[in-house]
Design a binder for this molecule. Structure first.
Ligand SMILES: Cc1ncc(COP(=O)(O)O)c(C=O)c1O
Length: 441
């Protein structure tokens, strides 16, 4: 066995070199990564640990983390309250199956109280599962098979979501473009695509498909695009007028924009909402919340009936993730939490914008609440067409330069501010952005 063949038991700076880890990754993992992102060789790194707002790689280098576990880590890494809760639960059991556990029930109670549409809750392990099941429930409830989603919207990794997420050309609405190979050929007819923030096109598609349309699914804030004031209320009305369910994908916005998520922030209540990320405190947990008559169809007593919506998973309601979620929610619930978080994100957006302006770069620090991204574009985006018109090459170059300067941002991907980002982090972020701007000028 060579060193490259061993999985380091004792990890940490020096345990195995960066190069050795990547040699292993190149050999074992597609694209030498853990998922859909592969970073350029000169900025990629192997994480050793996270602490608060920062990550350390196996070379001992530190990064200020704005990826935040894809938005799950609103309290940063290794928050003491979450660590304590997880340690206590781990000593009592990592995982159970087949019957209830205390932690999941306590979390369900807290979620039901917090989420405006939540009459009932059903747990999942991930956000993708939560959108998958919400769509299944909508189809089971209505007996109809089509789902309308928005161009540029992401609802996870499953086949029903993988249409027109990052299309290179605008769709011929409502026909979508598959994001991946491997999607059964008949599925495309079931997923209809509309442009975000465009109620006129939605009305037309609904009119033409109302007899087959089970639901509209929407990210209330789609990636870094925020809704026009009439968009979400307009979707609610279209759904009500046509007997269609409205599904909010709150995997990102849930417990992120406000304690009551997008439903509280924008004042619109869907029939179903999917959650992931923050609700599991960094652990594998998601849920679908919503109307009792729809979520209730997952009850095993419906088995064998045509409107039964099968929901089941080995890790559903996992107690480790449930206590991590509960520990997080206790903190997020403190008065003023979101006001402070969102104000601090405003501050870093403003300070970064000043740096971009000083360098005369036609880029914007866009976003709202604690979501943000620097993009070369003339105005905040209203739809996927605006995102496509952005200068992706320059944005990517700047993002890579930011990484070289010590910021962990994924190229062309929205970032998150957490409540453990400090003033010192912000000062260093501004300095790092200045260095990055100089590098790309
Ligand atoms: C809006 C949205 N929905 C669904 C998902 C899928 O969640 P997961 O990656 O936990 O499966 C994501 C993940 O980033 C997301 O951003």
């Amino acid at each position: 066995m060579t060193p490259e063949d061993t999985i380091a038991v004792e990890t940490g700076p020096g345990a195995m070199t960066h190069e050795a880890y990547y040699a292993l990754a190149e050999r074992l993992l597609p694209g030498a990564g853990l998922g859909g992102y592969s970073l350029p060789n000169d900025v990629r790194f192997v994480i050793h640990k996270g602490e608060g707002s920062r990550l350390q790689d196996v070379r001992g280098r530190w990064y200020i983390d704005y990826v935040g576990g894809a938005g799950a880590l609103i309290l940063g890494h290794a928050h003491p309250a979450i660590v304590a809760a997880v340690q206590e639960q781990a000593a009592k059991g990592m995982h159970f199956f087949g019957t209830l556990n205390e932690a999941a029930l306590h979390l369900a109670q807290e979620l039901q109280a917090a989420i405006p549409c939540a009459e009932k809750i059903t747990f999942t392990s991930t956000g993708s599962e939560a959108t998958f099941y919400a769509m299944r429930m909508a189809r089971a409830h209505s007996g109809k098979s089509k789902i309308l989603k928005f161009e540029g919207g992401y609802h996870g990794n499953h086949d029903y979501s993988a249409f027109s997420v990052t299309p290179k050309a605008l769709s011929n609405y409502p026909a979508g473009q598959p994001e991946t190979g491997g999607i059964p050929s008949g599925l495309a007819q079931s997923i209809l695509i509309a442009p975000y923030n465009d109620l006129e096109v939605v009305r037309r598609i609904v009119r033409e498909n109302r007899d087959d349309l089970a639901a509209i699914i929407v990210e209330p804030a789609q990636r870094i695009i925020f809704p026009k004031p009439d968009f979400l209320p307009g979707l609610r009305k279209i759904c009500d007028d046509n007997g269609i369910l409205l599904i909010f994908d709150e995997v990102v916005t849930g417990f992120r924009l406000a304690y009551g998520g997008a439903q509280e922030y924008f004042g619109v209540k869907p029939d179903l909402a999917s959650y992931g990320k923050v609700v599991g405190g960094g652990g594998p947990l998601g849920c679908v919340a919503g109307r009792a008559d729809v979520i209730g169809l997952a009850a095993p007593s419906y088995k064998g009936k045509p409107n039964y919506a099968y929901v089941n998973g080995t890790l559903h309601g996992n107690p480790i993730a449930a206590v991590a979620g509960l520990a997080s929610l206790r903190i997020l619930k403190e008065p003023g939490y979101y006001k402070t978080l969102n104000a601090r994100a405003d501050l870093i957006r403003r300070e970064c914008q000043k740096v971009l302006d000083r360098h005369n770069l036609p880029a914007l620090a866009v976003g709202e609440a604690s979501l943000w991204q620097i993009i070369f574009m003339p105005r905040p985006p209203a739809n996927h067409a605006d995102v496509m018109a952005a200068d992706a090459d320059r944005t990517r170059k700047l993002n890579v330069a930011q990484m070289k300067a010590g910021l962990y941002v994924l190229p062309m991907v929205r970032g998150f501010v957490s409540s453990v980002h400090t003033d010192k982090d912000f000062e260093e972020t501004v300095r790092a952005l200045d260095t990055a701007c100089r590098a790309v000028a």
